[in-house]
Write a protein that binds this ligand. Structure first.
Ligand SMILES: Nc1ncnc2c1ncn2[C@@H]1O[C@H](COP(=O)(O)OP(=O)(O)OP(=O)(O)O)[C@@H](O)[C@H]1O
Ligand SMILES: [Mg+2]
Length: 243
């Protein structure tokens, strides 16, 4: 069984008279340890897909199952607990709380978990170390560069040891050099800590660091060949099977 199983997922929105359907009967399997990138023109539904995987949004039809739990049917209160323990979210702009230090920002998600203070501290220290910011623990967001702030955002996303981390254009507002550094970090977290990552990006170079490249096209999730040729796309579930 895949870690994330998306089946027949359909989501539409009404825009005045118009109805748009960013996902139409979409299927996808993501396996533990996968690093998946997701591309597609603006407005095709990439963020919508991440919101469905993380249970922020509900589909019209279809299911998202993460490690055997059908996220799409969890109640609101169950969902909050499930998300705190199982899902990390990296934003384009880091969304750090300005009055909290790096340490305190990273600690926030684990405050929701039933951990001892010692275990909580251990998790935060591991996350700080993983993103190379141990020496910045007591700094406030305003005292850090954009790249360092994004590192804090990444540490916050991994601190609870979630099953899946989703990232919505994590390098979208960084300069090229910083973007490269964040890409290297994400790749390292995937390969060294076996963190399962789903990353939306508009940057083909960033997409290519992932082990699997997906394209969202006309409501469908397509697996890209390694050279990115659309002609060689398959429905993402077919080629992902059997691992
Ligand atoms: N809550 C909502 N209500 C109405 N329409 C929405 C809502 N969320 C998304 N949409 C619409 O659904 C479509 C897909 O949006 P989404 O944000 O998923 O696209 P995207 O691929 O992430 O785009 P971008 O690359 O610009 O971030 C868009 O047309 C958007 O306007
Ligand atoms: Mg988006």
């Amino acid at each position: 069984m895949a870690l994330v199983e998306i089946r027949n997922l359909t989501k539409s929105f009404s825009k005045g008279e118009e109805k748009i359907t960013p996902l139409r009967d979409a299927d996808l399997d993501i396996h533990e340890g996968d690093f998946v990138s997701l591309m597609g023109p603006s407005g095709t539904g990439k963020s919508t897909l991440l919101n469905l995987i993380s249970g922020i949004d509900k589909p019209d039809q279809g299911t998202v199952t993460v490690d055997g739990v059908e996220v799409t049917t969890l109640s609101r209160s169950k969902l909050a607990d499930w998300r705190a323990a199982n899902l990390g979210y990296i934003f384009q702009t880091h969304n750090l709380i300005p009055v909290l230090t790096a340490y305190e920002n990273i600690e926030l998600p684990v405050l929701l978990l039933p951990l001892t203070a010692a275990e909580r501290r251990r998790r935060v220290e591991i996350a700080l170390e993983a993103v190379g910011l141990t020496d910045r623990a007591d700094h406030y967001p305003r005292q850090m560069s954009g790249g360092q702030e994004q590192r804090v955002g990444i540490a916050r996303a991994i601190v609870a040891h979630p099953k899946v981390v989703v990232a919505d254009e994590p390098t979208g507002s960084l300069d090229n050099k910083t973007s490269d550094q964040i890409q290297v970090l994400l790749q390292r977290l995937n390969s060294e800590l076996n963190i399962t990552l789903v990353m939306v990006t508009h940057d083909r170079e960033a997409a290519e660091i992932a082990s699997r490249q997906l394209l969202l096209d006309d409501g469908q999730i397509l697996e890209q060949s390694s050279n990115g040729a659309k002609a060689a796309s398959h429905k993402a579930v077919a080629v992902a099977g059997g691992k």
